[in-house]
Design a protein. Sequence first.
Length: 368
Amino acid sequence: MRDFEYEAPTALSTAIELLAQANGSAKPLAGGTDLIDHVRTGRLEPDLLVDVKKIDELNVLELNGDGLRVGAAVPCYRIYGTPEISQQYAALTDSCRIIGGIQIQSRASVGGNLCNSGPAADSIPSLIVLGGVCVIAGPNGTREVPAEDFCTAPGKNVLKAGELLVEIKFPARAANSGSHYRRFIPRNEMDIAVVSVGASVVLDESKQNIVSARIALGAVAATPLFAQAASDLLAGQPINDESIAKAAAAAQDIATLISQVRLCLAKSSPCGKSMNSVPNSRHKLRQAEPDLPDRRTHHGEKTNRHHDDQRRHSRVPLQAAADFAGSSSRRARPDRHQGRLLKWQLRSVYRSDERSSGRQLPGAGCRG
């Protein structure tokens, strides 16, 4: 890691000026959960880091009759920690709850996740289906870009030299509306999505028919995708398996083979050097080293692990969004499965007053 300058302005205009003067060699720093690692490992070599956490405009979190405003530096925990936001913008809080662990969520921001512009970024499908609009400030003033148009390639977006994402605006939610985000990951949690889906629906007064819908996909193309055709197919349709199956088929039509996405990542993105190997690395290693113990085994036997809701939930996000739209409120639930431990022997306990020497703690058992 080479040396760099550090600035922490308190005014938005000062931050824009610093970024513009650097002529592309500066990086804004919000949570820094990815940026710091990329700088430390040499994947990025900025001359200047501009810390934006002290700028008021980037820390706004406001919910009113006009909708929701989320500053680009607002950490995830503030979003899902606001009950009104969780109830009205459920897909967004679904995303914020699974971006890393609690330590990451205490620093990482939705704005930073968006600016990373990874194809598998958890927040972007939710931003798309909720109608998010990105407010960008730069030397030439302010402009707005829909969330579905923000990412242009793996690790790349519409931000020009000297520009900064200030906030993301969402319209007010309609009556009888609901949203949901779901992802499939190789591990139980804290992994990169193999595929992810966000869905938002508005139901009629009977709550049996879909008035409008928005569907977005992640990790199936070089950028997160707004599935316009699939969304349009649902307008005016009843909530049933047939309607959902037709929309699912239309969404599949725009997906790209994940191997092609990895190739794009490896060639185009500084982040791609690490992401390129994530979903398939274990399979390739298994082919090369067939005798290597499986991470899911203990003493050669498969463990009966309970998979996270991210993997095994039987309802698709669209159905979950419709269910939420037809309900009165969101059921309270813990942030994560607190009691999950592997069914493995944990450690030996020696010289205990209550246990004999050599006795081992039993397996933790199932969740809960």
